[in-house]
Design a protein around this ligand. Sequence first.
Ligand SMILES: [Zn+2]
Length: 295
Amino acid sequence: MRQSTIKRPVTLEGVGLHSGKQAKVTLSPAPEDTGIVFRAGDDRITAAPESVVNSHYATTIGKNGTRVGTVEHLMAAAAGLGIDNLEVRVDGPEIPAMDGSAKPFVAVLAAAGRNQQSARRRPLTLPGPVRVGNDGRWIHIFPAPAFRISYTLDVDHPAIGTQVLSWAPSTERSFVDDVAPARTYGFLKDLGILRKNGLARGGSLDNAVVLAKGGPLNGLRYRDEFVRHKILDLIGDLALLGRPILAHVVARNGGHTLNVELVRAIQHILGIARRPAGAALSVLPRVPAPGLAAI
Ligand SMILES: [Zn+2]
């Protein structure tokens, strides 16, 4: 398999889920072995585990004080479509939420056309399992001949309950049809405190499934849309590794913080952590903590 990028630049605009601020994103072709690179102001931030500066409710990457928030749905769209190299120019603090899923990013990336490049794609393989988390929330990743995610979401809410899905990209359409349209979700009761903390300020029924006590305030796209969105987020965060991974990911009640712990643990076990040029010490990766058994 060879690497690929898009053929021509495309642009999206919209409101950021957490900042509530308008942002514009231009996606452009990038040379082979670039990976996904974000440009904000004069800074160039490589999408990599080392670049993550915050993983609270969304994945934020940054460098030199410049930050780009909520990169995960765009990252998932690129990974799901098999786009290896991409430049993302961001004008604004955060990638726009669009409809809360990866579907709008998939649409523009598909419209941008595809250019196959000459360099080979080099999937990562693991020497053994890697585990992060604790009893209630954990992710285990095992060596496997092909990529798969098996996810259990267990939430004490009548609209969610226990949702289990094992998903593998068996065809090119399976990401586009089964995962990309699943939207982010939030609980109405949490909205006040989230907004007080600078989160969900752009959140609305247009870009999230909002759950009230009795059920969702908007219609669902899938009966199990919530676990599908968890898989989407995990795909987006795993894409921080910069290369596909041949592995089976088994997760229960994870989130961005645990996803980022996982990619850092994978880097650690593979010895591929690298310091982004010019990165401040404070944004360097934490070495996996004791208890993060990397076996
Ligand atoms: Zn998400």
